[in-house]
Design a protein around this ligand. Structure first.
Ligand code: GLU
Length: 432
């Protein structure tokens, strides 16, 4: 199983003419494109394309009404060639197994892009956390933890927050795991509260990593971040922190949005005011001093930097041609389809792919895990400085690979990361 690096352009798989929005098939198309560039052996492709381990569990939970409700949850470990599986846990009504499989695969490439000693995993529970009480969420989380307990652990698989889970969720997982194995185990999850072995800088890490990547992208595009215009789709953990950090760099936040819609102000939105407003009203919609804008219109706004920071498949063949941003930085996982990638590249839009643009989260998760295992904690300054080093180095490695292979940054990042995982797989060899 030798790995060559010369591309064979005619052999690059053609993307199906009608767009398929199944995230797992999209993840496999992205992988296949890189595998062709790397001329990977067919057997090795089969190994890297498959999920190493898939667990589906039913989670009986006592609701506040006294009734029992059974939720379905998943944990998928895509690959563990370079280290323990790593990746978040998502609570959302639209979670599917294929989505979790895709997200797990993206984690493998993400940890390899920034060169962390991890594989990739993801978990999800089909539920509507906005309609559940804290007690219901706690009971569901603890039972889910006990169901997946045999396959997680600091050296096996380390969950973290993702969509609609947070540091409190991680504290419940850490506690349940520790009680069940009989010892305090800080390193079983990351994204924990600071009081429980969490790392300083973790809560802003996804957004801060995105900022570092965009700073490098701005140099390539000759854009001055000071005064640059920014539109952010999604105002959760990543989106709201990105708005704050970009505003601190004196960029102008033209528009922000959440699941209920968006708001716009050509003179700029104050992210701190928006956060306070959302805390009170549950949405940014209706914020004083702004006009209303739909999520669709926000994506096609004329701006320098567009940051999709919510869910998958928001930039597709339907709107890619209409995107007017000069840089698209994917704070979300999987927001752009392979068809849309090609359209953006043709238009000269610089897309910083998810596995690089949002890798700041898992990078500081890695720092947290390393601190937990050492029992020795770093200052916030140290965390942010090391994060900057990791993201900027990865940006330049991806950019260099992109240039060498005459492609766009998504495929460049895939060639770099798939190549690293392939190398690890080959040097480990096959058991038995
Ligand atoms: N859920 C985040 C992601 O998609 C963080 C994963 C982690 O920290 O392990 O990258």
């Amino acid at each position: 199983m030798a790995i060559a690096t010369k591309p064979a352009p005619q052999a690059i798989p053609r993307i199906a003419p009608r767009e398929d929005l199944n995230p797992y098939r999209i993840a496999q198309i992205q992988f296949d494109i890189a595998a062709e560039h790397l001329k990977l052996d067919q057997g090795l492709r089969q190994i890297l394309r498959a999920s190493k381990r898939v667990m589906e569990v039913s989670i009986p939970t006592k609701m506040d009404s006294g009734q029992v409700k059974v939720f379905t949850g998943y944990r998928v470990q895509h690959n563990i060639a370079r280290g323990p599986a790593k990746g978040g846990l998502r609570y959302h009504p639209n979670v599917t197994l294929d989505e979790v499989r895709a997200l797990a695969m993206w984690m493998t490439w993400k940890t390899a892009t920034v060169n962390l000693p991890y594989g990739g995993a993801k978990g999800g529970v089909i539920c509507d956390p906005k309609r559940m009480s804290k007690g219901e969420l706690e009971r569901m989380t603890r039972r889910f933890t006990s169901e997946i307990l045999p396959i997680i652990g600091p050296g096996r698989d380390v969950p973290a927050p993702d969509v609609y889970t947070d540091s409190q969720t991680m504290a419940w997982i850490m506690d349940t795991y520790s009680v069940m194995v009989g010892e305090a185990t800080l390193g079983v999850v990351t994204g924990k509260p600071i009081s429980l072995g969490g790392s300083l800088g973790r809560s802003d890490a996804t957004a801060r990593g995105c900022l570092f990547a965009v700073e490098e992208a701005c140099k390539l595009k000759r854009i001055n971040l000071r005064g640059a215009t920014v539109a952010i789709q999604g105002f959760g953990n990543a989106g709201s922190a990105a708005a704050r950090l970009f505003a601190e760099k004196k960029a102008r936040i033209l528009a922000i949005s959440d699941s209920r819609g968006g708001v716009f102000n050509s003179r700029g939105i104050d992210p701190l005011k928006a956060m306070r407003y959302k805390e009170r009203s549950g949405t940014v919609v209706g914020m004083p001093g702004t006009s209303r804008i739909s999520n669709d219109d926000l994506l096609t706004l004329k701006c320098d930097i567009l940051i999709p920071a919510a869910l998958e498949n928001v930039i597709t063949l339907n709107n890619a041609e209409l995107i007017k941003a000069r840089i698209v930085a994917e704070a979300a996982n999987g927001p752009t389809t392979p068809h849309a990638d090609e359209v953006l590249a043709r238009k000269g839009v610089l897309l910083v792919p998810d596995i690089l643009a949002n890798a700041g989260g898992v990078t500081v998760s890695y720092f947290e895990w390393a601190q937990d295992l050492q029992g020795y904690f770093w200052t916030e300054g140290e965390v942010n400085l090391r994060l900057e080093t990791v993201i900027k180095r990865a940006f330049h490695e991806v950019h260099e690979t992109t240039r060498k292979h005459h492609t766009h940054m998504r495929t460049g990042a895939y060639i770099l990361s798939v190549g690293r995982v392939a190398d690890a797989t080959l040097v480990r060899g096959l058991y038995p």
